[in-house]
Write a protein that binds this ligand. Structure first.
Ligand code: 5GP
Ligand code: MN
Length: 343
């Protein structure tokens, strides 16, 4: 049996709130990943089936390997369709904020949301959420926000309302945020939930192939280049660095999502504890992804050096400057965190 981890009073408050609203807007973070999209779409399908008008608004494009998710075609991408997205935001009776913990994580969408007088419900698994939410379902111990969306439906007593499409979205969130059950996935509840999703008719192996075996030829060539030419390993610090300039990405005809997952690969090196991937997004802006194993806190690195944050083992941020500036910061990280990296 699944243990209830969400305070039941929050579920009751949410039920009461839902009874009085019609237009729900679901928001998720910038550069949305499998959990952001999976959790948002699962909730949108659930609320629509209950008769609500629901719009999912994302700050910018989702990666192409998620394009098959049920109802993803209805999502409004703020970057591309600002007028329509803004109209939906301003008409909202209720906001659901999924897989992020502060309005700064949703870029320009956050400024609009801050101006709209509608209650905000947080469903998220990041540490230390902001205090701007009227109901906060915040559980850093959850493997994914998708797990929490499942739990909300479960604790509402609505498990019979979960369709195969909703289950596919939830599974995608859990699978991607745990690296296909490689991390943050040691609690037995995760497998109880997966069993429930399978009983809803999902084909988990097919979902795996749709998400992870969906790369372009260019992506594999770029990966080979990165591992052969660009990977630097610092054995005395158990740390790795990958960098990619905009010109290099273009040389391989790389698309935006083509670098997804590269940051994890150096952790396959025996003894590696910390991996950093720096990608030039536009001139003067370097996107930083960080991953670690065990207790090395890459969220602290992100906060201290890269104006970002995240989870202990997966975090991110950015550098305003050149790639050389970014690499110099990485070298400082290795100095500053030398003890934690080598202990
Ligand atoms: P990724 O490397 O996949 O872009 O991000 C990994 C995780 O780091 C995300 O799930 C998110 O929790 C966190 N993260 C990435 N960028 C930022 C950022 O700029 N600020 C904060 N607070 N967290 C971030
Ligand atoms: Mn997540």
């Amino acid at each position: 049996m699944l243990e209830n981890i969400i305070d039941q009073s929050r579920i009751e408050a949410l039920d009461a709130m839902l009874a009085n609203v019609d237009k729900c807007v679901i928001l998720t973070h910038s550069r949305p990943d499998g959990d952001a999209m999976g959790s948002s779409l699962a909730l949108s399908l659930f609320l629509r089936a209950r008769g609500k008008q629901v719009v999912v608004v994302v700050p910018n494009e989702y990666p192409p390997f998620l394009a098959w998710l049920p109802s993803i075609g209805d999502v409004l991408i703020y970057d591309k369709n600002q007028a329509e997205a803004e109209a939906a935001l301003r008409a909202a009776d209720l906001f659901f904020c999924l897989d992020f913990n502060a309005l700064s994580r949703i870029d320009a969408v956050g400024q609009v949301v801050a101006e709209v007088d509608a209650p905000r419900v947080l469903i998220d698994h990041h540490l230390a959420p902001d205090t701007i939410f009227d109901i906060a379902v915040s559980h850093p111990e959850a493997c994914s926000t998708a797990e929490l969306v499942f739990r909300v439906m479960w604790q509402m007593g609505a498990v019979d309302e979960i369709t195969r499409e909703m289950a596919e979205c939830v599974y995608t969130g859990i699978m991607t945020d745990t690296g296909n059950f490689a991390y943050a996935s040691g609690r037995k509840d995760v497998y109880y939930i997966v069993a429930e999703l399978i009983s809803k008719g999902i084909d988990k192996d097919l979902i795996y192939r749709k998400v992870f075996y969906n790369y372009s030829f260019n992506r594999l060539r770029l990966m080979g280049y990165m591992m052969h030419e660009k990977l630097r390993y610092f054995p005395e610090k158990n740390a790795a660095l990958l960098t990619l300039t905009y010109d290099e990405l273009k040389r391989f005809n790389g698309a935006k999502g083509d670098t997804e997952g590269f940051v994890n690969m150096p952790l396959q090196i025996k003894g590696a504890r910390f991996s950093c991937f720096m990608r030039e997004e536009t001139e003067g802006k370097i996107n930083v992804s960080l991953r670690s194993v065990d207790d090395f806190p890459c969220n602290k690195v992100a906060e201290k050096f890269f104006n970002g944050g995240g989870h202990k083992n997966a975090s991110g941020g950015e550098v305003r400057g050149t790639m050389n500036d970014a690499v110099r910061l990485f070298e400082q990280v290795l100095q500053t965190f030398s003890a934690e990296l080598t202990e």
